[in-house]
Design a protein around this ligand. Structure first.
Ligand code: ARG
Length: 294
């Protein structure tokens, strides 16, 4: 099992926006200049990889497959905790073909000792990986998004597999089709989130569990910039280009933000977080967390 911060990336050779399964996806815009888009995606991917290495992650890089352009978003491939991986079940046929490829990729990681166990969900039980099931290291539980993609049952099955508490949050809009688009726990216990993405009941749960001082509300502009879809390691955050107000709010809380132009991937409805999958997440309490210490 991995003990150092380690992220899975999938190289973008076969990435394109050729269908639309979320409201951000614009195949026409991709098709207007495919070569330029492809080059932009390669550049953006290289910059993201370099930034992640720079903030301290080891990188495991997998290959993409022709015809499965969204494999570049491995956050949806599985949920990983304590060296155990639960493979995703995708809602849309356009992405279901990824399941076999990610199963093979995780079998290879298992053979190399990078994960100890690989589990599966019954077919028809939709659960789109760490995009919809996010470990909160400060609080020691998962937050799970359901509605547009993953089902409540998928969230519950994940909780059973890992033997961990799952707090389900119903997503109210197709724009925020995965939890990671609108919700990001940070190392200091803060939850960066976009309130209109959630049903009233989900917002109530969030407010009961997270005190106001730890809730950072993102704006519609932050959402458009895919700033909530961020990768955080200690006081460092990697995200797509941020709004000045969010950059400043995070700076005041002691975070250093690294911004990458991820526009080719945003055209598919993805930002920094969904292009990654942490392989080293552990349920052991996070050292030095403000709320764990409280
Ligand atoms: N085009 C992809 C889809 O609609 C984007 C996935 C982004 N991943 C994420 N975890 N938000 O499935």
């Amino acid at each position: 099992m991995l003990t150092q911060p380690c992220i899975l990336l999938i190289e973008p050779t076969h990435f394109e926006v050729s269908y639309s399964i979320n409201p951000w996806m614009r195949p026409q815009r991709w098709q207007a200049a495919p070569e330029q888009m492809r080059q932009g995606a390669q550049r953006a991917f290289g910059a993201l990889r370099a930034a992640l290495e720079d903030v301290g992650f080891a990188i495991e890089q997998g290959v993409g497959i022709a015809g499965q352009p969204d494999m570049v978003f491995p956050a949806n491939a599985a949920v990983v905790l304590d060296g155990r991986a639960l493979l995703a079940r995708f809602r849309y046929p356009q992405r279901q073909g990824e399941e076999a490829h990610f199963a093979a990729l995780f079998a290879a990681l298992h053979a190399r000792g990078l994960v100890d166990e690989v589990g599966t969900l019954p077919s028809g039980c939709f659960q789109e990986g760490a995009g919809d099931c996010i470990w909160d290291a400060s609080r020691g539980h998962f937050w799970a998004g359901f509605g547009p993609r993953s089902t409540l049952q998928g969230a519950q099955r994940a909780g059973e597999f890992f033997g961990q508490e799952v707090v389900p949050l119903e997503l109210a809009t197709q724009r925020c089709y995965h939890l990671d688009v609108c919700f990001c726990p940070l190392a200091g216990g803060e939850i960066l989130h976009y309130p209109p993405a959630f049903t009233p009941a989900a917002l109530q749960v969030l407010r009961q569990r997270v005190p106001a001082a730890l809730r950072i509300e993102a704006s519609a502009d932050d959402l458009r910039h895919f700033s909530v879809n961020a990768v955080n390691l200690e006081d460092r955050i990697v995200m797509a280009r941020a709004t000045p107000s969010l950059r400043e709010a995070l700076r005041q809380r002691g975070y250093r933000v690294r911004e990458i132009d991820l526009s080719p991937f945003m055209l598919s409805g993805g930002g920094a977080y969904c292009m990654t999958l942490r392989l080293d997440r552990s349920s052991r309490p996070a050292a030095g967390s403000r709320i764990a210490a409280a």
